[in-house]
Design a protein around this ligand. Structure first.
Ligand SMILES: C[S@@+](CC[C@H](N)C(=O)[O-])C[C@H]1O[C@@H](n2cnc3c(N)ncnc32)[C@H](O)[C@@H]1O
Length: 309
């Protein structure tokens, strides 16, 4: 592609790590009095590089979950996206693609990152991974009004990101299931769900015909109970090694045939993030040939391991 830019704007070679939500090639920033002027400047400077998708998203203004803040739901980003849309419709130029949609695989995305209302960064990336197809790397889901807990968002994102081949009717066990946001999501998707937790489940989950509650700590549950599950989810608020010891005890038991895992690993302090690769090696040592890790956009001081055989 011809480009006046010296950086390889559509090169997929972008450094990533498990705690980076979205990455790309920075082209520069724009600042000004009004959104209209900034849009003009971006179209003037960057139109020649071409793109199929425009992802307009705001830098997080708080920790996910704080005071109802969730990433990717910004009114400012919606406002700017609407202004861009009007502007591009007026030019009737089909080259400028779609705005804040999920990109198709390997499409080219122009990112507009709203740092402040009048200060935006512009960059590019190629949608070559599932999370890189989502605006700002955030999995978008409209939770139900009666969402039981934020774990609903976390498991929805974990399932989408991991791309594990869950099928309706699959049996899933969740360790650390109370009050039940994740179970609520999994039941909504048509799975059979067993929750292991000494604490109470929300009444709507407890009464669901496809739900079973084992009201105990995981170590109190006989290992053979786990032989009927295809998938294991763990969201217990315990130290990483406790989670890994617990899951290891279950998945290495002879009658267990769990194909895939989605584990939330809680980090008591950020420095523990340095242990991610050793956690993945440990999970791989149980026979899971594929492992990956990501701090999901709905995660707080924690990250998610996905593993499958
Ligand atoms: C973050 S909450 C889980 C939220 C839940 N996944 C949801 O969807 O609402 C952590 C839960 O882990 C449970 N827990 C802690 N240690 C546990 C263990 N050893 N076995 C089972 N549950 C445990 C706690 O009782 C608590 O309910």
């Amino acid at each position: 592609m011809k480009s006046e830019f010296s950086v390889p704007v559509w090169s997929p070679a972008v450094p990533e790590n498990q705690f980076v939500r979205c990455s790309g090639h920075a082209l520069g920033s724009v600042q000004g009095e009004s959104a209209d002027l900034l849009i003009d400047e971006i179209l003037g400077k960057y139109a020649s590089i071409g793109w199929e998708n425009l992802h307009i998203w705001q830098r997080d203004i708080a920790v996910p979950g704080w005071n109802n803040f969730e990433p990717g739901r910004s009114a400012l980003a919606k406002l700017v996206a609407d202004q861009f849309s009007q502007r591009l419709q007026a030019t009737s130029d089909a080259r400028f693609g779609r705005i804040n949609q999920i990109a198709n695989w390997n499409e080219r995305v122009l990112d507009i990152v709203l740092i402040e209302p009048n200060y935006w960064w512009v960059g590019t990336h190629v949608a070559d991974k599932i999370h890189r197809r989502w605006p700002g790397g955030v999995f978008m889901i409209d939770p139900p009004e009666d969402m039981i807990s934020r774990a609903y968002l976390k498991i929805a994102e974990a399932m989408a990101w991991s791309q594990l081949p869950f099928q309706r009717g699959d049996a899933i066990v969740e360790i650390g299931s109370s009050p039940g946001g994740a179970c609520q999501y999994m039941l909504d998707q048509g799975y059979k769900v067993t929750g292991v937790d000494p604490a109470e489940m929300a009444p709507s989950v407890a009464a669901h015909p496809a739900f079973e509650h084992i009201r105990a700590r995981s170590l109190q549950v006989k290992r053979k109970v786990f032989s009927k599950f295809r998938w294991l989810v763990c969201d217990a608020n315990v130290a990483p090694n406790y989670t890994l010891d617990t899951v290891e005890g279950i998945v290495t038991y002879p009658s267990t045939a769990i194909e895939g895992l989605l584990l939330t690993i809680k980090l008591s302090e950020w420095s523990k993030a340095a242990e991610v690769n050793s956690h993945l090696e440990r999970v791989a040592s149980w026979g899971y040939t594929h492992t990956m890790a990501r701090q999901l956009s709905y995660n707080r001081r924690e990250y998610c391991i996905a593993a499958w055989k």
